[in-house]
Ligand binder design. Structure first.
Ligand code: FA5
Length: 344
C-alpha cells in the first residue's frame, strides 16, 4: 500500500507541474488524455493496481485514487473555464431581454374576404351551402341549360377527369343540387373553388374562388336582385362605390346582367390601368333571373315561383378591396405578401 501511496503523491506532483502555464486548448486536451483517458490515462490505470492489494487495504487506497482523480478533474475544469472565459459569457442567456415573438400564421386574404361576404349574406337571412369540386356534366352544364355542343360551353371549358366527371367551372351547379333537395323559399350562398381552361393574367386564373347566390320564392323580381346586390356591394366596399348593371348572357338566367364596380385600383383615373384597362369599370359578378327551364329541371313550377341568382369572383373582390394590381400575387405563397392581411 505504501508503494501505491507514493505513486499517487508523485503523480499529483507531476500533474500539477504539467498544467502550469497551459494556455491553449490542444495542450489541455493532451494532458487530459495523459491522466484521465480510460484505457491509458495514468490516473485510470492506478485503479488497476487495486487488485494486487490486500482486501483490508483496498478501501483506503480506492479513496486516495478517487481524491487524485477529483483533483485532476477540478484543475482541468478550472483551466478550461479560464481558457474559454469570454466565450462562455457570450453564450450566456440574457434573461432580461424581451422574448422573440414567433409568427403564428394568418388567414389568407381570399379567406378573409370570403368570410366577410358570408357574414354580410348571413345578416340578410341567407344560409351557406357547399357542393363538390368534382362535378358531373349534368350539374355543371346540362341542368343549367348548356346542352352538349352548345357554344356557350367554350367560355366555361375545364379539365375533364373522364367522360363523366370534370372540375366544376362555376359554383352554379350547387344551385341545382340545393333546388333538387329543397322546396322554396330558398335563400342561399355557396362559396368554393372553381377551375377553368384559362391562361393566367392580372385578372384571370385557372383556379379561383366564387360565391354563388340563389333566391327562389313567390314574386321575386329583378328589383330584388338589384337591391340585394347593390346593398351587398356597398357594405363590402364602400357606401359610395359605383355599381353598374350591364346586359349579358348566361344560359341559365333570363334576363342576365354582369355587375361592375368603379375601379378601386385607379379610382377611374388611370387610362393605362392594368386592372380596368383604362375603362374605369371592373367586372365582379354575373347575375340574372333564374331561367324558367332551370326551375322545371328541378321540378319547381315557374308559374308559381321565380328567382334570381348571381356568381361573384372572390379573388377579384379581394383584389379590388386590397387594391392588388395582379391576382397572381395571391397564389405565389410569398409570406411577406400574405402577412400584410391580418386586418382588412
Ligand atoms: C359565371 O361563372 C356564372 N356562373 C355566374 C352566374 C351565376 C351568372 C348565377 C348568373 C347567375 P362568369 O364566368 O362571368 O360567370 O364568372 C363570374 C365571376 O367570376 C366573374 O365576374 C369574375 O369576378 C370571376 N371570374 C371569372 N373568371 C375568372 C378567372 N379566370 N379568374 C378569376 N376570376 C374569374
Amino acid at each position: 500500500m505504501s508503494g501505491l501511496k507514493e505513486k499517487i503523491e508523485k503523480l499529483q506532483e507531476r500533474f500539477d507541474e504539467a498544467i502550469e502555464g497551459i494556455t491553449d486548448e490542444k495542450t489541455l486536451q493532451e494532458v487530459r488524455n495523459l491522466y484521465l483517458s480510460r484505457s491509458r490515462g495514468s490516473v485510470s490505470s492506478l485503479f488497476g493496481e487495486l487488485k494486487s492489494l490486500k482486501p483490508e487495504e483496498k478501501p483506503d487506497a480506492g479513496k486516495e485514487i478517487n481524491a487524485l482523480k477529483e483533483h485532476v478533474q477540478d484543475k482541468l475544469q478550472a483551466l478550461q473555464t479560464q481558457l474559454h472565459g469570454p466565450k462562455v459569457v457570450e453564450e450566456m442567456v440574457d434573461l432580461t431581454l424581451p422574448g422573440e415573438a414567433s409568427y403564428i400564421g394568418s388567414p389568407h386574404p381570399i379567406l378573409i374576404i370570403q368570410q366577410e361576404i358570408e357574414n354580410i349574406f348571413l345578416s340578410m337571412g341567407f344560409s351557406v351551402e357547399e357542393g363538390p369540386e368534382i362535378e358531373t356534366d349534368y350539374y355543371n352544364f346540362e341542368a343549367l341549360n348548356f346542352p352538349p355542343h352548345h357554344p356557350a360551353r367554350d367560355d366555361w371549358d375545364t379539365l375533364y377527369i373522364n367522360d363523366d366527371f370534370l372540375l366544376r367551372t362555376h359554383t352554379s351547379p350547387v344551385q341545382i343540387r340545393v333546388m333538387e333537395k329543397r322546396k322554396p323559399p330558398i335563400r342561399i350562398i355557396t362559396p368554393g373553388k372553381v377551375f377553368r381552361k384559362e391562361s393566367p393574367d392580372p385578372t384571370h386564373l385557372p383556379m379561383f374562388y366564387q360565391v354563388e347566390g340563389l333566391v327562389v320564392d313567390r314574386g321575386i323580381t329583378f328589383a330584388h336582385l338589384k337591391g340585394t346586390l347593390e346593398s351587398f356591394l356597398k357594405v363590402l366596399f364602400h357606401e359610395k362605390t359605383k355599381v353598374r348593371f350591364r346586359p349579358s348572357f348566361f344560359p341559365f338566367t333570363e334576363p342576365s346582367a354582369e355587375v361592375d364596380i368603379g375601379c378601386t385600383v385607379c379610382n377611374r383615373e388611370d387610362s393605362a390601368c392594368r386592372v380596368c384597362g383604362g375603362g374605369g369599370w371592373i367586372e365582379l359578378l354575373g347575375s340574372g333571373m333564374v331561367d324558367p327551364q332551370v326551375l322545371k329541371n328541378v321540378n319547381i313550377d315557374p308559374e308559381e315561383y321565380s328567382g334570381f341568382a348571381f356568381g361573384l369572383g372572390i379573388d377579384r373582390a379581394a383584389m379590388f378591396l386590397y387594391q392588388i394590381p395582379d391576382l397572381r400575387y395571391f397564389y405565389e405563397n410569398d409570406l411577406r405578401f400574405i402577412r400584410q392581411f391580418l386586418q382588412k
